[in-house]
Design a protein around this ligand. Structure first.
Ligand SMILES: Nc1ncnc2c1ncn2[C@@H]1O[C@H](COP(=O)(O)OP(=O)(O)OP(=O)(O)O)[C@@H](O)[C@H]1O
Ligand SMILES: [Mg+2]
Length: 150
């Protein structure tokens, strides 16, 4: 039924659970998985240790953009490994920068995804709210199916 799953990840536990579900579905349907991370200034990025070590050894100045981009790549690499561990064999990653909901909606359309699998909440995780703002916007704006994972 589903051929192409778009899985937006923000590095949260919620998104990691969405990756598990997406990996399982991909194996079941033989579907392709595209993992998408959108860089934002609000994402609580952790600088990858390799990057910090590299800066020290090479005496290089690493810009804030390099650090954030490295952290975004790391989020994607971990998510891809997790999806593959669940049995998704056809995985691609996509790194964008800007408004997460806008990029998710555009990527779903331009890449022809027929299912979006995302966390119900994300890094914000303010108690009491059922749905994060990115999930809320995406589920209202997309034409394809959208599965939110608790
Ligand atoms: N920057 C991002 N890049 C890719 N996917 C994202 C990004 N931010 C959120 N998502 C996706 O949306 C899901 C819900 O996150 P969302 O940001 O809506 O909730 P929140 O962080 O708890 O609340 P809010 O951001 O509104 O304070 C995440 O599990 C992830 O799948
Ligand atoms: Mg958020």
């Amino acid at each position: 039924m589903f051929k192409h799953l778009l899985v937006p990840v923000d590095g949260s536990e919620h998104a990691a659970r969405a990756v598990d579900v997406a990996g399982d579905l991909a194996r079941h349907y033989g579907a392709k998985v595209t993992l998408l991370h959108v860089l934002t200034r609000a994402g609580g990025y952790q600088v990858p240790s390799e990057l910090m070590a590299f800066e020290k050894i090479e005496h290089l100045r690493v810009t804030e953009h390099d650090i954030i981009e490295g952290a975004g790549q790391e989020i994607l690499a971990k998510a891809e490994q997790r999806a593959r561990d669940r049995g998704a064999s056809d995985c691609a990653t996509l790194l964008e920068s800007g408004d997460p909901a806008g990029h998710i909606v555009r990527a779903a359309k331009s890449r022809g995804a027929d299912l979006i699998v995302m966390g119900r909440r994300g890094l914000g995780d303010i108690g009491g709210l059922l749905l994060g703002s990115v999930t809320h916007k995406v589920s209202q704006a997309v034409d394809c199916c959208c599965l939110t994972v608790k």
